[in-house]
Design a protein around this ligand. Structure first.
Ligand SMILES: C[S@@+](CC[C@H](N)C(=O)[O-])C[C@H]1O[C@@H](n2cnc3c(N)ncnc32)[C@H](O)[C@@H]1O
Length: 260
């Protein structure tokens, strides 16, 4: 199993899986369908797609399996083991082109794409705003004329952010920052506001703290366990924002293109 290094201070696969166990499959597949629909509205005869930060390629496959017509999808992923897994996993049924073991910042390419896509990777591009903006501009350089940039990420109003006991992520990670950035460049920006519910009924139905503390670690991007006092404060936040045993992380699909 791949060990995930992309969270600053932690390296643990159990939490990463835990979040997917919590996620509502129907919500997630609605997101996948929307992404595939957007890719399909790109009328090129042989779509050139780039997936940035594809991980082990599970999301990539869910999407590519629903792309109509001819396409080639290049993969960019800094975790070499994950990239190798993605390539092996995707190649039998999907049309995979080149695989780049790079971060967005270190990626160099002259190729231009019809679709530049990335799902939940923007949190790892940069720690400072100036360099983050460089990455946002770089994505545009990878698009061909008439191409589309698609970024899936969380909005400020996501329960993921609302649960935090303290500010963990810089605000430039929020979907709203990205949307405004591209709007200010005079580009056409469309936003699909999608729901992504997470089941927390297990946490609410026990006095045991194990799952609560694991969830705390995920939300606060840390491998340190919270004290019982902090856990209690965290539980209160979960209770405040939950509806019928679900939180809604919400996903925004941001679609950027040149104005007609
Ligand atoms: C939360 S996972 C998302 C994986 C996949 N895109 C998905 O949605 O299922 C974040 C991914 O971003 C990758 N990543 C981390 N830093 C990156 C960077 N600077 N540029 C591109 N990808 C990065 C990680 O290795 C990891 O595969």
């Amino acid at each position: 199993m791949t060990r995930w290094h992309f969270w600053g201070e932690k390296e643990f696969s159990d939490i990463y899986e835990n979040i997917y166990i919590r996620s509502d499959m129907e919500d997630w597949f609605n997101i996948v369908f929307e992404i595939a629909k957007e890719m399909n509205s790109q009328k090129s005869l042989n779509k050139q797609i780039l997936d940035i930060g594809c991980g082990e390629g599970h999301t990539t496959k869910q999407i590519l399996d629903r792309v109509e017509g001819n396409y080639t999808c290049d993969l960019l992923e800094p975790n070499e083991n994950a990239l190798a897994s993605a390539e092996a996993f995707l190649t039998p049924e999907n049309n995979i082109g080149q695989c780049f073991p790079r971060t967005l910042a270190t990626f160099k390419s002259n190729k231009k794409y019809n679709v530049v896509f990335t799902s939940h990777t923007n949190y790892y591009w940069s720690l400072n705003q100036k360099d983050y903006d460089v990455q946002l501009k770089k994505l545009l350089e990878l698009m061909n004329k008439g191409g589309k940039l698609m970024i899936l990420t969380l909005p400020k109003e996501s329960d993921h952010y609302r649960l935090m006991l303290r500010q963990i992520y810089p605000e430039f990670n929020y979907a709203e920052y990205i949307i405004n950035f591209y709007k200010n460049l005079g580009l056409d920006v469309k936003v699909k506001k999608l729901k992504m519910r997470m089941y927390i009924g297990d946490i609410l139905s026990t006095k045991s703290l194990f799952d609560l503390k694991i969830f705390y670690r995920f939300i606060h991007n840390t491998d340190s366990y919270p004290s019982d006092l902090e856990s209690k404060a965290f539980l209160e936040k979960i209770k405040k924002y939950q509806k019928d045993n679900y939180l809604d992380f919400k996903d925004y699909l941001i679609i950027v293109s040149e104005k007609d």
